[in-house]
Design a protein around this ligand. Structure first.
Ligand SMILES: O=C(CO)COP(=O)(O)O
Length: 124
């Protein structure tokens, strides 16, 4: 079965995520991709060849949707470019998502350096 990766980026990290997805298009093409709403739109624009399933925007429940998918075994890897310098109204949702990724022991990258390693170790 095709493995599924969840891609998420906070606003200050969206350029970085678009660039990351673009550089790893070949690797990511072997995965089913889900993303929070705005992030998904940015990736889709940057990487026309990738098929991205956009969920709700993060502040409107997208992080929770991905958390629920982790709990039901639908997500195999989480790449989440977090902005640690901006406070967010949905911070509790972000924490809950990270908690579930930890509970279910999903490979989880919260910054680009780690995401690059996951691409090499898990996405080939
Ligand atoms: O806020 C987010 C994750 O917490 C990301 O949501 P968007 O991709 O919709 O901006």
């Amino acid at each position: 079965m095709t493995r599924c990766v969840a891609l998420i980026a906070h606003d200050q990290k969206k350029d970085d995520m678009a660039d990351f997805a673009d550089r790893h298009q070949a690797r990511l093409s072997g995965w089913r991709i889900v993303a929070t709403g705005t992030t998904g739109g940015r990736i889709q624009t940057a990487c026309r060849s990738l098929e991205v399933t956009p969920l709700k925007s993060g502040p409107l429940g997208g992080d929770q949707q991905i958390g629920a998918m982790i709990a039901t075994g639908e997500i195999d890897m989480l790449i989440f470019f977090v902005d640690p310098l901006t406070s967010m109204p949905h911070d509790v949702d972000v924490k809950a998502l990270m908690r579930l990724a930890t509970v279910y022991d999903i490979p989880m990258a919260l910054n680009r350096a780690t995401a690059e390693i996951l691409m090499i170790t898990h996405a080939n």
